[in-house]
Design a protein around this ligand. Structure first.
Ligand code: BG6
Length: 487
């Protein structure tokens, strides 16, 4: 469904996020006819560029970051024409280019500001917009992590934005919520009658959330200040946990859903100083060398002034949700860089059968598992026990009931930003984090970091290309469980 025409102003127009994610995402939506030349994308940054220069930036971004099969010369020509540029340094408002000349006053044209800049610029930009009268009560502002490095700094960022924008105008991106399979979790849980009755501590033994990446992090400028807890757990992984654990909302209204997620975050049991060594593991990858290849460790990748850093590139932890539905059901989470492969996956492990009649069978019944694979090879698998075919007596085997999205659907899977950028225009905040959610997530994460600081221990080493430090295996095995890994 096409969206209303819009004026999308992108601050940080020449940055990496704009080129790699925003422009390619907008191109795909344009290609699909969800908007056309009645809309404008206005780049803003400190650089002195002409409209033509910025159109070239857009063209390059499409040729570089959009899959070749989708690059259509005619469409690209039309697409880049909707791009224009103003040079703005918000610290010098008197010298700023005239954005007012480009913005259209017609209230039917949606006005959105995407702040693809560092968070310390959010407040100055918001104030600049107000001062210059570019702000409108129905305008929208889009911001993205890092939204603080702890609760206090996150409150400060939110307060800065809130000086000008109301909460119903603020779209906080967590790009995991824009992923197709993440949204599919909602469909799986709330469009099927099958799962909900067993979605609780009476039937579920535990839940595992894994987001592993094979890429390294030492050369990414921001990463060393952040670490895996802030970079992945505080946002993406807690959002996944919320979608798995929340109560059914009463409707698909944005606040109905976000209220339920918030309740989960608030019910997370705090991890105390005393528990941090048994409930969390932090790791850092080491390089590996073989005769044929070598992978650098985090330390080797870091610039000289950061060497010796104790930043964690891996975290595993055991979270508990203190409510009726989940009492006694641990949620194990792990995420890291330079791990064995790139996988994002949720594994819901059900309780074992109460009594086995298969004393004389080969192979014991294993508990059912529901595996929701977010990437790659998106799909849902239900691991079930069957009788191995054949006349040779009862042999039990675990097999997947497999729903592979690639096999089921031929459509291309849209990137997260495609959905999210247009949801801003649609005025739909469902897939964006509300302020209280963000702050509740920090409230749970901060004590973990403080406890680590207090313990003052170095991260456990793990070899690049593995599933993390041995401590993470111990973390789950101590409870008599193991990490799910597809074999
Ligand atoms: C980002 C993190 O938010 O998510 C990165 O800052 C991480 O460190 C990325 O690599 C992972 O996203 P995706 O979509 O590739 O799973």
């Amino acid at each position: 469904i096409p969206v209303q025409p819009f004026d999308y102003v992108v601050f940080g127009a020449t940055g990496d996020l704009t080129k790699r994610k925003l422009i390619p995402a907008l191109y795909h939506r344009f290609l699909d006819g969800q908007f056309d030349e009645k809309s404008q994308i206005i780049g803003a940054s400190r650089s002195q560029l002409s409209d033509a220069d910025f159109q070239q930036v857009a063209r390059d971004a499409v040729t570089q970051f959009v899959e070749k099969d989708y690059q259509d010369a005619g469409v690209i020509d039309r697409f880049v024409k909707i791009f224009s540029y103003v040079s703005i340094d918000v610290s010098k408002p008197e010298e700023a280019g005239d954005l007012g000349k480009k913005l259209r006053e017609d209230p039917k044209i949606v006005r959105a500001f995407y702040l693809a800049v560092a968070p310390d610029l959010f407040e100055p930009i918001a104030e600049f917009l107000a001062k210059k009268k570019y702000y409108r009560r129905d305008a929208r502002v889009v911001i993205e992590k890092p939204l603080g490095h702890d609760l206090a700094s996150s409150v400060e960022i939110n307060d800065g934005i809130a000086k000008i924008f109301n909460e119903d105008q603020v779209y906080r991106i967590d790009h995991y919520l824009g992923k197709e399979t993440v949204q599919n979790l909602l469909a799986l849980r709330f469009a099927n009658a099958l799962f909900e009755p067993i979605w609780n501590s009476a039937h579920i033994d535990h839940v595992q959330l894994t987001v592993s990446e094979s890429v390294g992090a030492g050369t990414r400028g921001y990463y060393d200040e952040s670490g895996a807890l802030r970079d992945m757990i505080q946002n993406h992984m807690l959002q996944l946990l919320c979608l798995v654990a929340m109560e059914p909302p009463a409707s698909d209204d944005a606040d109905a859903l976000r209220d339920e997620k918030l309740k989960v975050l608030r019910a997370l049991r705090p991890i105390t100083n005393g528990e941090v060594s048994t409930k969390t593991v932090r790791g850092q990858y080491r390089g590996v060398k073989s005769e044929t290849a070598a992978v650098a460790g985090y330390q080797e990748e870091l610039p000289d002034d950061k060497k010796g850093s104790r930043t964690e590139t891996f975290v595993a932890l055991k979270a508990e949700i203190e409510n009726w539905r989940w009492s006694g059901v641990p949620f194990y989470m792990r995420t890291g860089k330079r791990m064995a492969s790139r996988v994002s996956e949720i594994c819901i492990q059900f309780k074992p059968i109460p009594h086995s009649i298969f004393d004389h069978a080969e192979g014991a019944p294993r508990p059912n598992k529901l595996i929701i694979r977010l990437q790659p090879d998106e799909g849902v698998k239900l691991m079930m026990m069957i009788k191995d075919p054949g006349p040779g007596g009862m042999r039990l085997r675990e097999v997947p009931l497999n729903l592979s999205f690639a096999q089921q659907f031929t459509e291309r899977t849209p990137e997260a930003y495609e959905r999210l950028l247009l949801d801003v225009i649609r005025g739909n905040q469902t897939l964006f984090m509300r302020r209280d959610e963000l702050e509740a997530a920090w409230r749970w994460v901060d004590p973990i970091r403080e406890a680590w600081n207090h313990a003052n221990e170095p991260p456990q080493p793990y070899s690049a290309g593995t599933w993390g430090p041995s401590g993470s295996i111990a973390l789950i095995e101590r409870d008599g469980r193991t990490w799910y890994e597809e074999n």
